[in-house]
Design a protein around this ligand. Structure first.
Ligand SMILES: Cc1cc2nc3c(=O)[nH]c(=O)nc-3n(C[C@H](O)[C@H](O)[C@H](O)COP(=O)(O)OP(=O)(O)OC[C@H]3O[C@@H](n4cnc5c(N)ncnc54)[C@H](O)[C@@H]3O)c2cc1C
Length: 285
């Protein structure tokens, strides 16, 4: 009845951290119909759903996920009308940035170095270099637990610093953005500068989940971790990056190593500075 749904599928290969156990059920969705089928399946089995984009902001525990993972990267498509663009959930932020730069549409070049999808980007209100995806968002098309698709204006998504009301409100299928027009040459120039900055300052070719902690008001999490003497500190096979202390690198460890490292770093920073670090990534223990 649900032929596309597989059982007991390892999730580590679907995350940039390359950590975590299996999904009890797994669906690689290729259409909106697939997503709705997944929602019906999960309802029938009475299990939770985890929508998954590029898996670049998530730490899945070693025991995996006891529910249905709906992977959305195959839902791709882009429609540009003047300065408005409609993007399907699985479109990759770096690719979108390049295409829109060539068309003289500015906004996504700030996000060109973020290895996520439109869905994950909106869910986490991804941002860099002073720009967030929410700055450009107009509205989102979301399918809820009841299988109905709704149009949600940006205001209903409660976008904030690396957070939103997704996926609680449902699974984002598509989103509309308004961009500003600019010279493609200038947009591409900005994009190259942002990418070069990352190459120099972040371990973005290694197995990480991006920044582990949010920046506390008035501070940089990476600087606090570095000043607490934790650059290069390791638990098992996961370590604090020597290049940027707010990135943790998986060098053949387990999700449990990563969880213990997160707790250790939070504890140490609190002891040294009296500042509580808030985890930025999604953790499924
Ligand atoms: C090297 C590196 C650098 C990074 N740099 C940045 C940066 O500069 N700025 C920044 O903000 N982030 C950064 N990140 C983090 C990450 O890339 C972003 O948060 C990205 O937007 C996550 O997208 P994703 O598709 O990978 O989401 P996933 O990791 O797959 O999912 C993240 C969350 O979104 C939910 N979700 C995913 N798709 C949907 C959907 N369609 N509908 C509803 N919910 C959904 C998931 O359930 C999960 O809760 C970085 C990560 C890495 C590895």
């Amino acid at each position: 009845m649900f032929p596309r749904i597989q059982e007991n599928v390892p999730l580590a290969p679907y995350t940039t951290f390359r950590l975590g156990g299996p999904a009890r059920y797994f669906l690689d969705a290729h259409s909106v119909e697939d997503v709705v089928e997944g929602i019906n399946f999960a309802r029938a089995k009475e299990v939770p759903i985890l929508p998954l984009g590029a898996g670049s902001d998530i730490l899945i525990g070693d025991r995996g996920f006891n529910g249905l993972v709906i992977r959305l990267v195959a839902l791709r498509g882009m429609n540009v009308e003047r300065n408005q663009v409609l993007l399907k959930t699985g479109e990759a932020l770096p690719k979108v940035a390049r295409i829109l730069a060539d068309r003289g549409l500015s906004g996504f070049e700030y996000l060109a170095g973020i290895p996520g999808t439109i869905g994950g980007g909106v869910a986490k209100n991804a941002g860099a270099h002073g720009k967030e995806i929410g700055d450009m968002l107009v509205e989102a098309y979301v399918v809820g637990e009841d299988g109905y698709i709704r149009t949600l204006p940006k205001e209903e998504l409660n976008l904030d610093y690396r957070t939103s009301a997704l996926p609680e409100l449902g699974i984002l299928l598509e989103a509309k953005f308004r961009l500003s027009e600019d010279d493609p040459h200038l947009i591409r120039g900005r994009m190259e500068r942002f990418l070069a900055y990352r190459e120099e300052h972040q371990p973005w070719r290694e197995r990480t989940a991006g920044c582990m902690f949010k920046n506390p008001p008035g501070h940089y999490a990476g600087k606090l971790i570095e000043e607490a003497g934790l650059k290069g500190f390791r638990i098992g096979g996961v370590k604090v990056s020597e290049k940027h202390a707010n990135f943790f690198v998986n060098e053949g460890g387990t999700a449990d190593d990563a969880v213990r490292l997160i707790e250790y770093v939070r504890d140490r920073v609190y002891k040294v500075f009296g500042i509580e670090l808030e985890v930025e990534i999604e953790i499924l223990k």
